[in-house]
Design a protein around this ligand. Structure first.
Ligand SMILES: [Fe+2]
Ligand SMILES: [Fe+2]
Length: 308
């Protein structure tokens, strides 16, 4: 397995960052220093955990509504440091617009990620690069517009987030997500204290494989796209939080967020139909990751579901 595991994560934490946490900083850490003096230092456990909420695919108006209604309260009550949300279905179930992206950011979301529906809304391709807290999947062709990652900061701690699209049963032109993730992790190492990777994919096998591939090199690998939350949240052996799919934010009395009747009809007679966004049983599904800032490892991950 590539990567240098723990040492890489320790190196991502600069002495300046340690000072910002209020702790006394030792000499600059490095692999050699880590061996000699023991790393992390004994006082490191006193650093407060950082909390990151990753919200699954926001679907249409019901999904946007619950995010805008719940996020400000949840931020306050749970003491969240970072809120990241996938907005690939935020505009009527397909894509996103500049207006919607800005409104999600204003409601307390720090960064918006996207998936295979990234280009569904006409005109978005000319707007995306103007919003630096929105990123498109990193493994799209380089000529595609938009940022390939976002860095957010809280309490002096910087978290970089980027998305890779899977390639199994997906219809996008995308580079190998494993190679892209390796390259992005190397590139972002000096720019952030922790890295969160979103794997936007259909196949659970591809998602699990990426989680193991990045274990110890990033703080979390979180799945999106299937809209169905999975019961496999865990922290992998080298400290990476993992979950196959964090679930959908939208109407659960539906088929993946769409009205039930037309989807059943399409499956039975194969005729094309319009799938409107449903409206019943609106929930916000998200993964809460606790980050140990002393090592940029995940300490805990759990699935949270919020209802109106
Ligand atoms: Fe998707
Ligand atoms: Fe989606």
């Amino acid at each position: 397995m590539p990567g240098t595991g723990e040492a890489s994560l320790v190196n991502a934490l600069s002495p300046a960052r340690l000072l910002a946490s209020g702790a006394r900083a030792p000499a600059a850490p490095g692999p050699a220093a880590a061996k000699k003096v023991g790393w992390p230092p004994r006082w490191a456990h006193r650093c407060a955990m950082l909390k990151l909420l990753f919200i699954g695919d926001i679907v249409g108006r019901p999904g946007r509504g619950i995010v805008e209604e719940q996020v400000p309260r949840i931020r306050r009550e749970l003491g969240l440091d970072f809120v990241i949300a996938n907005g690939e279905n935020a505009a009527a179930g397909a894509g996103i617009t500049g207006l919607i992206a800005r409104s999600l950011l204003e409601s307390g979301v720090d960064a918006v990620t996207l998936g295979d529906h990234v280009w569904d809304q006409r005109g978005w391709e000319s707007e995306i690069a103007q919003i630096d807290r929105v990123c498109r999947p990193a493994n799209l062709p380089a000529a595609c517009p938009g940022w390939d990652h976002v860095v957010v900061a809280s309490r002096g701690f910087r978290v970089a987030v980027f998305t890779v699209l899977g390639r199994q049963f997906m219809n996008m032109k995308a580079e190998c997500p494993f190679a892209c993730a390796d390259r992005m992790v190397e590139r972002l190492r000096g720019q952030a204290d922790a890295i969160v990777v979103e794997i936007h994919a259909e196949a659970t096998s591809e998602k699990q494989a990426l989680g193991w591939h990045l274990d110890g090199r990033v703080t979390a690998v979180l799945g999106t796209h299937t809209h169905v939350p999975t019961a496999d949240a865990c922290v992998l052996p080298k400290g990476t939080a993992f979950m196959c799919d964090v679930g959908m934010t939208g109407p659960y009395e539906s088929v993946l967020g769409r009205e039930i009747g037309p989807v059943i009809a399409r499956f039975t007679d194969g005729m094309p139909r319009r799938f409107e966004v449903a409206s019943g049983d609106v929930r916000m599904s998200a993964a809460l990751v606790e980050i140990d800032p002393s090592m940029a490892r995940a300490a805990k991950i759990e699935l949270l579901t919020f209802r109106r």
